[in-house]
Design a protein around this ligand. Structure first.
Ligand code: C2O
Ligand code: CU
Ligand code: CU
Length: 561
């Protein structure tokens, strides 16, 4: 039995009948991802970072290596690692323009071991180029790059594949890879379509034309049905695009510009990755994976020595499913200067920074007033890292300009079409979640979204579930128009969309260009999307990787103009 929005108990079969035009029972549950992450955080004793050796978790099953309680590790003993900067091996003719020579890189996907903490044994990971995160690409707007992504992974996977998921059947090879540049305006053949995976021994060369504004992008695995496992294993890295306009702003640069890739993992007491599984060994998929060990650039509780001056941090939430809510102890001023797709019009002062999986933020912090202090970066009750501000006096010629880069708001009137697309949860007969869907349509169904190149559309994302889903569209950037609560029960029973609250504009730090947007529970989130770039087949999906791997992803096709 369930209670509907009005608190009336209804049986699952009745709801199915109410929803007769569908074969699926769509019932929302009392679950809210942002919230569950927060409650999980709250149950941990804050700052209780005991100075002891790893201990075993209490509920250890016989034969199963228990998970590590990361708070038993000594914090702040490892310096924050910085991912290496990728170096081209040669220059090659640009595809479609042989007169132009572009840098050519080669990156292999391969198994590595890495120390996640001084007191842990090395951890088995899968990497791009030998580190997690992989090498950072530092590129210029308008200057394309070629990257050969070589699959040199081992023959067996080391995380629990669910062969019931579409695209991960027993008949498909266990180990597969395909790379997607998240936020990149890439031609379709270089976008890493989930079905374009290839096996160890094979490689693909992708072209990234970089015809887009400066931003922090990231590359990661996108393999159909196992993307959550490949990324959990470590397959991700950063990709920066810069230009002269941004350079002229004189933001903190060089060693004062620091990337932070934040992600959570569960580790066993032997230091190895532990990915959660369901109680059914035949169907190990779980609807969400939250870890207790928070890695920053691949380390647990690292520290960073900083000077008392301004720093620019380029932050990625690279977690499978966790929403971070970042803040600093001692309340130094935190300014957000950029979103997923580049600079905001002006800095936005923040108390805390909320980042959904896949989202990025460009941040400036001035440590000048905090000479000699130790500041921790936290997410609710979790400690992520420490910043040690030296007590010297240093010159700082960098700027935090009051005006950054104009972002013209796209008028709604420029949209030629509005699509209403639902986010749904699929339940089985006994009311267990079978996973999430977009527009009640699984991946393999014919393409329904076919915007025309160089036109603009409004996508109304109607979230019928009780989770926040970060929705990401490939190839395009968009703006958030507004969010508005509606009566989900009425919508599910009658198909009528009735708003129950006024529309709220995007938050100040969402007023720039985005490629991933939080779509809140029981809320309609409207985005306006100019389909500019390349015609062809792309995807859009939820960036909670467990959802994405289990049907919360759809192809879409941009038709030629
Ligand atoms: Cu970050 Cu489709 O990806
Ligand atoms: Cu993407
Ligand atoms: Cu989702």
């Amino acid at each position: 039995m369930y209670r509907n929005q009005q608190g009336v108990e209804v049986s699952a079969p009745l709801l199915c009948l109410l929803n007769a035009e569908r074969a699926l029972c769509l019932i929302t549950r009392r679950r809210f991802l942002g919230q569950s992450a927060l409650t999980a955080a709250a149950s941990l004793a804050p700052a209780a970072l005991a100075q002891s050796l790893p201990q075993t978790a209490p509920a250890a099953k016989a034969g199963v290596i228990p998970n590590l309680d990361p708070t038993t590790l000594t914090p702040f003993v490892d310096p924050l690692p910085l991912p290496p900067v990728a170096q081209p091996i040669e220059h090659r003719p640009a595809p479609g323009n042989p007169g132009e020579k572009v840098p050519f890189y080669r990156v292999s996907m391969r198994a590595i071991t890495a120390k996640l903490h001084r007191d842990l044994p090395p951890t088995h990971l899968w990497s791009y180029g030998g580190s997690v995160p992989g090498p950072t690409f530092d590129t210029r707007s308008g200057q394309g790059v070629l990257i050969e992504w070589a699959n040199e992974l081992p023959a067996k996977h080391f995380l629990p594949i669910d062969h019931n998921l579409h695209g991960a059947e027993k008949s498909t090879p266990e180990v597969r890879g395909v790379v997607h540049l998240h936020g990149g305006k890439s031609p379709p053949e270089s976008d890493g379509y989930p079905e374009d995976w290839y096996i160890p021994g094979q490689s693909r060369t992708y072209y990234y034309p970089n015809r887009q504004q400066p931003a922090l992008l990231w590359y990661h695995d996108h393999t159909m049905g196992i993307n959550r496992l490949n990324i959990y294993a470590g397959m991700m890295g950063l990709f920066l695009i810069r230009d002269a306009v941004e350079d002229a702003l004189n933001l903190p640069a060089g060693k004062y510009e620091v990337p932070l890739v934040i992600m959570d993992r569960d580790l066993r007491v032997d230091g190895q990755l532990s990915y959660p599984v369901s109680p059914d060994p035949e169907r190990p998929w779980v609807p969400e994976a939250f870890g207790e060990a928070h890695l920053v650039n691949g380390k647990l509780f690292p520290y960073l020595d900083v000077e008392p001056r301004k720093y620019r941090f380029r932050i990625l939430n690279g977690a499978n499913g966790r929403f971070y809510r970042l803040s600093l102890s001692g309340t130094p001023d935190l300014y957000q200067i950029g979103t997923d797709q580049g600079l905001l019009p002006a800095p936005v002062a923040l108390k805390y920074l909320q980042l959904a999986p896949g989202e990025r933020a460009d941040i400036v912090i001035d440590f000048a007033p905090h000479r000699g202090s130790q500041i921790t970066l936290e997410s609710d009750a979790f400690t992520l890292m420490q910043l040690r501000v030296s007590s010297s006096t240093v010159p700082d010629s960098s700027a935090l300009p009051a005006a950054l880069r104009p972002v013209e708001r796209i008028p709604e009137s420029s949209a030629i079409q509005t699509r209403r697309l639902t986010l749904d949860e699929q339940m089985n007969g006994v009311a267990e979640s079978m996973g999430m869907l977009l527009n009640k349509t699984p991946w393999h169904m014919p393409i329904t979204e076919k915007p025309v190149l160089n036109t603009c559309e409004i996508w109304e994302l109607v979230n019928l579930t009780e989770d926040v889903h970060p929705i990401h569209l490939h190839m395009v950037r968009f703006q958030i128009l507004d969010r508005r609560r509606f009566d989900d029960f009425e919508y599910m029973t009658t198909g009528k969309l009735r708003h129950i609250a006024p529309a709220t504009p995007p938050e100040a730090n969402e007023m720039g260009w985005k490629d991933t947007a939080r779509v809140n529970a029981k809320t309609v989130t409207r985005i306006i999307v100019p389909f500019i770039g390349y015609p062809g087949r792309y995807v859009w999906h939820c960036h909670i990787l467990e959802h994405e791997d289990n049907e919360m992803m759809r192809p879409y096709e941009i038709l030629p103009a």
